[in-house]
Design a binder for this molecule. Structure first.
Ligand code: SAH
Length: 392
């Protein structure tokens, strides 16, 4: 078996040698038009020596690389990648864990599988293909996933529709098995996760560590959880003994899920759910009511083109929260925009603090947990950043 070979312009092989997983179209010497989007390709230096194997994306990112050698992307290849992914999660104590049975198994470039996300919810794996080439191989991937799981994965649900180009003929659905009712736990707390109707794969697993941190800080405190989704932070604060938690989200479905999860853990009497725009809520709420505020908005700047507007959005919500939080209050503030790096995010929170005119100190930095690894050659993968600040 052979794949088409794309030769790089002389000198442009450096990024491949440094293991950056993307090939930009401007680095390729030619032949892009002859290759169908989604096809496996080999990438060679200008002399024709193959350096890597990847999938043709067809855009300004022409190829995403899965291996820095010449090979065939068959079931054995994916089996070996998935086995490595399971080994890491085992090392992290996430497999066979009675308190936490939801975690990320495959984090794209961080697991040397660009274009693929796999989240594990008990016996079900939810797969999101960001790349047409990965999507084409989804049946084989699902087989390899189950085979690599030592019997723990019984069903694989493909949820790629929202991520692929709109003209792509696609339906979400089970590739293996079917729906299984199962209780899901994070740090001993129960959550109902709806991967079919919910956002992303159904739950924001990337905030596990921050939720645990909040839990330890919440005793006796009044907590506001904005952009609450299905209440991950709310349930954690309640479990930590919060006096009261208010959850705010603009999605009705998210608020309904949040109320369900609070109830499931027996905390409903200390909780209020509000379905509204978080910016409006922050603007209208009285000063001093909350001792702890969580700001975990969706990516305000999904692309560089939206960066300026996104930054203003972050500044607005942070300024409102810093202005109104009780004295001695704790603000957990996050950004999951890839286009906003850690330093820029901190500068925005500083600008918000200046506007609010109060003393603010940083207590802690958050990032994505270890089941969302970042390839050191692809620092762009470090998308989640957060700060815990204290406001006097
Ligand atoms: N903190 C959550 C995840 C947040 S995801 C967790 O731990 O699970 C971002 C959430 O923001 C989504 O639920 C989305 O519905 C909500 N959202 C988006 N725009 C909003 C707005 N303007 N006001 C309130 N909520 C909003």
């Amino acid at each position: 078996m052979t794949y088409p070979t794309l030769k790089l312009i002389k000198g442009r092989e450096d990024a491949v040698i440094r293991r950056h997983p993307w090939i930009f179209s401007g680095a390729v010497a030619g032949g892009l038009k002859e290759i169908a989007v989604g096809s496996p390709v080999w990438v060679a230096d200008n002399s024709g020596k193959v350096l890597a194997t990847g999938l043709f994306e067809g855009g300004s990112i022409a190829v995403k690389l899965l291996a820095f050698e010449k090979l065939i992307l068959d079931k054995a290849f994916f089996l070996s990648r998935f086995t490595q992914a399971w080994e890491l999660r085992k090392l992290l104590g996430l497999t066979d864990n009675k308190d936490t049975n939801a975690f990320r198994l495959v984090h794209s470039e961080g697991d040397q599988l660009p274009g693929l996300i796999v989240d594990i919810y008990g016996q079900t794996a939810v797969m999101q293909c960001h790349s047409p080439g990965i999507y084409r191989m989804r049946e084989m991937l699902a087989d390899a996933l189950v085979a690599s799981s030592n019997g723990s994965v019984k069903a694989v649900y493909d949820k790629s529709r929202e991520l692929l180009p709109l003209d792509y003929d696609h339906h979400d659905g089970y590739l293996i098995g079917s729906h299984e009712e199962q209780e899901l736990f994070e740090q001993g707390l129960k959550f109902e996760v709806d991967w079919i109707e919910g956002q992303k794969t159904g739950f924001f697993l990337d905030q596990r560590d921050a939720r645990f941190h909040l839990r330890a800080m919440s005793a006796g405190r009044m907590v506001l959880n904005t952009f609450s989704y299905t209440g991950g932070f709310s349930v954690s604060a309640l479990a930590g003994g919060a006096a009261e938690v208010v959850s705010v989200d603009s999605s009705r479905k998210a608020i309904a899920g949040c109320e369900k999860n609070v109830l499931l853990n027996g905390f409903a009497y200390r909780h209020e759910a509000v379905c509204t725009d978080a910016k409006k809520y922050l603007e209208a709420m009285p000063s001093g009511r909350f001792d702890i505020i969580v700001l975990d908005p969706p990516a305000f700047a999904k692309h560089h083109s939206q960066r300026h507007k996104g930054l203003l959005g972050y500044k607005f919500i942070n300024q409102a929260a810093i202005k109104k939080i009780a004295s001695g209050g704790l603000l957990y503030t996050f950004s999951c925009s890839q286009a906003v790096d850690r330093q820029v995010f901190q500068s925005i929170v500083m600008a918000a603090a200046i506007e609010a005119g109060r003393p603010v100190s940083i207590l802690h930095h958050f990032s994505q947990p270890a089941d969302h690894p970042v390839s050191i050659y692809h620092p762009e993968g470090a998308y989640l950043k957060g700060l815990l600040v204290r406001v006097l």
